[in-house]
Design a protein around this ligand. Structure first.
Ligand SMILES: [Zn+2]
Ligand SMILES: [Zn+2]
Length: 233
C-alpha cells in the first residue's frame, strides 16, 4: 500500500534522465545537483574558497533579514526543474524539489511561528493558477509542524520585472508593494521564495515584517542565484 501511495506523489522514473527511480531523481542525477555548501550565513550567497562566514556586502550593509538558507545554487539542472514547475505547472516537481530541501534542513534556531511564502499578486496568481513558492513550502511546513501562512501578507501591486534595475530603482519599484498587519503577533517568521536573486524583494518584506513587530526574520529559498545571474527576482 505504501508503494501505491508514493506512486501518487512521485513519478516512477527520474525527472532528468528517465531511468527508473522511486524518489523522482535517480542517485546519479541527484549527485549532480549544484549544492550551495559554502555560503554567507546572512544572505546565502555562495562563497567560493573563502573562510569567511559573511560576504563582503553583508558586512558593509546587512540586510533586514537575520539569516538566509538556500541549499542549492541556481544553476542547471535546477533552473530547468524550477522553470518546469513555474511555467509548465509540473506540480510533481514541487514534491521532488521540496524533498531535496527537507533532506538538507539546517538545525533551526528556535521554532518559527510560521513559514510565509512570498505572495504573488492576485492577478498573477489567477494567470498561473498556483504560487510555486507555496507549493514548495507546503511540504516543508508540514514536516516541521509549523503553520504555513499564505494569507496575512498580501501583494498590493504587481511590480514590473526588476532585471537591469539598480538597487535604488528596485527599492522604489517595491515600495508599498506589500501589506502585512501582523494580526497574529508573530515574533519569528520564515519567508520563503523559490529562487533568491538579489534579495531585494525579500529584503523589502523583511523590513515590513520588522516594522510590524516581528523580531526575527529568516529567509529560505530552494536556490540562490550568483550575483551575475539576473534572470530571476
Ligand atoms: Zn536521473
Ligand atoms: Zn551575504
Amino acid at each position: 500500500m505504501l508503494a501505491g501511495i508514493s506512486k501518487l506523489f512521485y513519478p516512477s522514473s527520474c525527472l532528468l534522465c528517465g531511468v527508473l527511480a522511486s524518489s523522482g531523481l535517480c542517485a546519479a542525477c541527484a549527485a549532480e545537483l549544484p549544492e550551495n555548501r559554502c555560503a554567507c550565513s546572512r544572505c546565502a550567497l555562495p562563497l567560493y574558497g573563502t573562510e569567511n562566514e559573511i560576504c563582503g556586502r553583508c558586512l558593509k550593509k546587512p540586510p533586514a533579514f537575520d539569516a538566509a538558507w538556500s541549499p542549492f545554487i541556481y544553476a542547471q539542472p535546477l533552473e530547468w526543474m524550477i522553470s518546469q514547475l513555474k511555467f509548465n505547472a509540473k506540480l510533481l516537481q514541487a514534491n521532488v524539489l521540496a524533498e531535496l530541501m527537507m533532506n538538507r534542513l539546517p538545525a533551526l534556531s528556535g521554532i518559527p511561528d510560521c513559514i510565509m511564502p512570498v505572495p504573488l499578486h492576485p492577478q498573477r496568481l489567477r494567470q498561473r493558477g498556483f504560487n510555486q513558492s507555496v507549493e514548495l513550502a507546503r511540504p516543508l511546513a508540514r514536516a516541521q509542524h509549523v503553520p504555513l501562512d499564505v494569507s496575512s501578507c498580501r501583494r498590493l501591486r504587481a511590480t514590473p520585472p526588476q532585471t537591469g534595475m539598480t538597487a535604488s530603482q528596485r527599492r522604489r519599484n517595491l515600495r508599498g508593494a506589500f501589506e502585512f498587519p501582523n494580526e497574529q503577533n508573530y515574533a519569528h517568521v520564515v519567508l520563503f521564495d523559490d529562487v533568491m536573486t538579489t534579495g531585494a524583494t525579500l529584503n523589502e518584506l523583511a523590513r515590513l515584517l520588522k516594522r510590524q513587530g516581528v523580531h526575527r526574520v529568516e529567509v529560505w529559498s530552494l536556490a540562490r542565484a550568483q550575483r551575475n545571474n539576473k534572470k530571476y527576482d
